[in-house]
Design a protein around this ligand. Structure first.
Ligand SMILES: [Zn+2]
Length: 425
C-alpha cells in the first residue's frame, strides 16, 4: 500500500515537472528570425551589413558558414542587453570563402534552453556586376540636360549620383540602362558616379567626367506697383492674403508658394514611366513669340528697394488671348489642375523622367491619365497663377527639375545629344 502511494506520488511529481518544463519552454519561447532576415542571408556578397530581427530579444547570435565539409565562424555576438535586432557588417571575401553554394547555420538564443538553429542555403557571390558606359552627353550646359546609357547585368540596380542626388536609371532591356538628367543651375558639377549593384549586393562603379558649359543668363529688374499687387497677388492668395502688406503678400506667392510648387514638381516626377513616349524635338506654341527665356534672374523692386527675386525656369510664349495649346510631344497626362504660381497647369509625362509643363492656362482640356499625341489640344492660354498677361509658361522637367527648354525645342540638339546616346550600342 505504502509503496504504491510512493510510486503514484513520484509519477505525479515527474508529470508535474514535465508540464512545468513544457510551460517554461512555451512561455520563454525560442527566438524566431523574420522572413526578411532569412532572405538577407540567402546571398553572401563580398561585403554587406546584415540587420537581423527576431520576434523576441536575443542574448546570443552565432553565424557559421559550411562549405566543402568545413565550418567557419562568420559572426558571434554576446549581448549585455538582450535585443530584438542584431546588426553586423561582414567582409566574407576576406574570410577565404569560395564562390558558389554554401550553407549558413545561425544560432540564436534568448536564454537558458531557449536557443534555436536556422539552416539557410546560401550563395556566395563576390563577383561585381559588369558595368560599361555605352554613351553619354559629354558636354552639357548649365541648366541643360544630359543622357546616359550603360550596360550591366540584367536585374541589377543602376544609379547615377550627381550633385548629392541619386537617380535610378531605367532598365531598357538586354542589360541596357538609360536615363536623362539635369545640370542644376545651383550645382553644375563636373563629375558624376554611375553605380551598379547586382542581386547579391556586389557593386561596380564608374566615374563620368562632364565638361559643363557655362551659360550667361539674363537679369531683369521688375517694379512692383500697388495696382498690380491688388489685381494679381491678393486674388491669388484669397484668405491667405488677409492682413498681409503688399510686399509680404508678394513674397508669400513668389517665395513660399514657389518653393512649395517646386517641391510638388519633384513629387509628380516620380510618376514617370520607363517607356520613351516622345519622338524627336518638342514644339513651340504655334504662332507665338518668346516673351521670356530660361534662367532669367528677376529682381523685384518696391518703392525703389529690392524686396524679392526668383529665377524663371521655363519659356514664356505669347500668342493671341486664349490661344489653343497643343501637346508639345506625345505622352501621358500626369497632372491637370491648379499648381499655385503656375496656375491651371497640365504636365505630360514623356517617359524616363522627361515631362513638359504648360502653365497659366485659362482652361484645361485633358484629364489625368489620358494619353495625348503630339499636336493634340490640351487647353487654352490664360493668366491663371502668377502671370501678368495672357501667355503660356512652357517648362521641360527632368527628374522634377525645370531644365532649359531651348535644347528640347531644337531637333538637331535632341538628335546629337539625346537620341544618339540612347540608340548607341
Ligand atoms: Zn513663365
Amino acid at each position: 500500500m505504502l509503496k504504491d502511494t510512493l510510486v503514484k506520488r513520484l509519477t505525479l511529481l515527474v508529470l508535474l515537472l514535465a508540464v512545468l518544463y513544457a510551460l517554461f519552454l512555451y512561455l520563454g519561447g525560442k527566438p524566431q528570425l523574420s522572413r526578411e532576415s532569412l532572405n538577407a542571408l540567402s546571398v553572401v556578397p563580398s561585403e554587406k551589413t546584415y540587420r537581423l530581427s527576431f520576434d523576441r530579444p536575443v542574448r546570443r547570435v552565432e553565424v557559421f558558414v559550411e562549405q566543402a565539409g568545413q565550418r567557419k565562424e562568420l559572426f558571434r555576438a554576446d549581448m549585455s542587453e538582450p535585443s530584438r535586432e542584431v546588426v553586423f557588417s561582414l567582409r566574407p571575401k576576406e574570410m577565404s570563402l569560395r564562390e558558389g553554394k554554401a550553407r549558413l547555420v545561425l544560432k540564436a538564443s534568448s536564454g537558458f534552453l531557449q536557443g534555436r538553429s536556422f539552416v539557410i542555403e546560401t550563395l556566395v557571390d563576390f563577383t561585381p556586376p559588369v558595368l560599361r558606359v555605352v554613351a553619354y552627353t559629354p558636354s552639357p550646359s548649365v541648366g541643360g540636360s544630359f543622357a546616359l546609357k550603360v550596360r550591366s547585368e540584367e536585374g541589377a540596380q543602376v544609379s547615377l549620383t550627381y550633385g548629392g542626388r541619386r537617380y535610378a536609371l531605367y532598365p531598357i532591356g538586354e542589360g541596357y540602362y538609360a536615363g536623362l538628367f539635369p545640370v542644376r543651375i545651383e550645382e553644375p558639377l563636373h563629375s558624376a558616379k554611375v553605380e551598379a549593384t547586382d542581386r547579391a549586393g556586389n557593386t561596380s562603379h564608374h566615374l563620368l567626367s562632364l565638361k559643363v558649359k557655362q551659360v550667361k543668363f539674363a537679369q531683369d529688374d521688375i517694379k512692383l506697383e500697388e495696382p498690380l499687387i491688388e489685381r494679381v497677388i491678393y486674388p491669388l492668395l484669397g484668405q491667405e492674403g488677409k492682413g498681409l502688406g503688399p510686399v509680404e503678400a508678394f513674397k508669400r506667392v513668389n517665395e513660399v508658394w514657389r518653393a512649395r510648387d517646386v517641391k510638388r514638381l519633384e513629387e509628380i516626377a516620380t510618376k514617370s514611366g520607363p517607356k520613351v513616349l516622345w519622338e524627336g524635338a518638342f514644339s513651340q506654341l504655334p504662332n507665338s513669340k518668346v516673351l521670356a527665356g530660361y534662367g532669367e534672374l528677376r529682381h523685384y523692386f518696391y518703392r525703389g528697394q529690392k524686396v524679392s527675386e526668383s529665377r524663371h525656369m521655363g519659356f514664356d510664349f505669347a500668342s493671341v488671348e486664349r490661344a489653343p495649346v497643343p501637346a508639345s510631344n506625345s505622352g501621358v497626362v500626369v497632372f491637370a489642375g491648379d499648381l499655385g504660381v503656375y496656375g491651371n497647369t497640365v504636365i505630360i509625362d514623356h517617359g524616363m523622367g522627361l515631362m513638359s509643363l504648360y502653365g497659366h492656362l485659362s482652361e484645361i482640356g485633358v484629364k489625368k491619365g489620358q494619353f495625348v499625341k503630339k499636336g493634340e489640344q490640351i487647353g487654352w492660354t490664360g493668366v491663371s497663377g502668377l502671370a501678368l498677361g495672357d501667355h503660356l509658361h512652357f517648362g521641360i522637367l527632368l527628374q522634377g527639375y525645370e531644365v532649359n527648354p531651348k535644347e528640347w525645342l531644337d531637333p538637331k540638339w535632341v538628335k546629337t545629344h539625346i537620341t544618339q546616346v540612347l540608340q548607341a550600342r
